[in-house]
Design a binder for this molecule. Structure first.
Ligand code: CP
Ligand code: NVA
Length: 333
């Protein structure tokens, strides 16, 4: 297995053994962190983290993980670089690769992160695009595995906007790891057929199934984990809130839905989540459309079946594993 110098752009770019190794490496780093054992493996390295969309977890995870590994970090915020408006993506990549040992990018099209990677001589890590959120699902699968003690044979159900970045990456990761995946949402928000076919072929080889449905009954008695995400993703037109609420309100994850799954079903969410009225966006939506909870009922979010904050912690351990694996050989020459 050779990770050195590779980019981390999509789950589909890695095979099962490699993804397994990433999860195991994350687990090892988590133990080191818990034991407060120093692991400053790259004291002479620096990374740039480039955000064209906002972030709490991904930014903080890259920063903490980089510091733990002994590296310096430069954060470029959504208005803080010339990229795109005054300097092309390709030129930005060539400049950053001269200064840094790794580049994280969060933004819009997957083509942007691909262009960065093509023009960078150092690893590029995808911190979320419109199409994928690969570092997120590594954390999700680590959380699932920690809880159930296994992955193979489990059933993960994504409920909601089933063609968004998180859902796409969950489907790919499920296929690779032999987890049955059910995407449950309205017809209009079905995942891309080509991606479904590709994931289904991989899942079949790994003894798992991919099901795309609009019927919530499909998860009854089956779901080991139910996953929700926001109904309107970053970068989407805010004018779409009304239409999206109409499409998705019956797909809210309620305690009744959790109970119809299995008594042991856990709840997962990438976060941030609109489960109450304690955010400006949720209050604005509430004022205009009269709903107080969106993709998940507060009762579920706050219950002991909800592992959302463990997932958030695991973002850091898994991101650390990705950085370490793609940078390591350089340091042991
Ligand atoms: N889940 C996630 O990516 O969170 P942030 O948007 O806060 O980084
Ligand atoms: N689908 C969400 C994920 C946020 C972590 C978004 O893109 O806004």
């Amino acid at each position: 297995m050779d990770f050195y110098g590779r980019d981390f752009l999509r789950i589909l770019d890695f095979n099962e053994a490699e993804l397994r190794y990433m999860l195991d490496t994350a687990r090892a780093f988590k133990e080191l962190k818990q034991q407060k054992k120093s692991h400053k493996i790259f004291p002479n390295n620096n990374i740039a983290i480039l955000f064209e969309k906002t972030s709490t977890r991904t930014r903080c995870s890259f920063e903490v993980a980089a510091h733990d590994l002994g590296m310096g970090v430069t954060y470029l915020d959504p208005t803080g670089s010339q990229m795109g408006h005054k300097e092309s993506i390709a030129d930005t990549a060539r400049v950053l690769a001269k200064l840094y040992d790794g580049i994280e990018y969060r933004g819009f099209g997957q083509d942007v992160v691909e262009t960065l990677a093509e023009n960078s001589s150092v690893p590029v890590w995808n911190g979320l695009t419109d199409e994928c959120h690969p570092t997120q699902v590594l954390a999700d699968f680590l959380t699932i595995e920690e809880h159930f003690g296994k992955l193979k044979g489990l059933t993960l159900v994504f409920v909601g906007d089933a063609r968004n970045n998180v859902a796409n990456s969950l489907m790919a990761m499920s296929a690779k790891m032999g987890v049955n995946f059910i995407a449950c949402g309205p017809e209009e928000l079905r995942p891309n057929d080509k991606l479904v076919d590709e994931c289904r072929a991989i899942a079949e080889q790994n003894g798992a199934t991919i099901t795309i449905t609009s019927d919530l009954k499909e998860l009854e008695g089956k779901a080991d984990a139910i996953y929700a995400d926001v109904w309107l993703s970053m970068g989407e037109d805010k004018k779409k809130w009304g239409e999206r609420i109409e499409q998705l309100k019956k797909y809210q994850v309620t305690m009744d839905l959790m109970n119809r799954a299995k008594p042991t079903t856990i709840f997962l969410h990438a976060l941030p989540s609109f489960h109450d009225l304690n955010t400006t966006v949720a209050r604005e939506v509430n004022e205009e459309f009269g709903i107080a909870e969106m993709e998940v009922a507060n009762e579920v979010f706050e219950s002991d079946r909800s592992l959302v904050f463990d997932e958030a912690e695991n973002r850091m351990h898994t991101i650390k594993a990705v950085m370490f694996l793609t940078m390591y050989k350089k340091e042991v020459k």
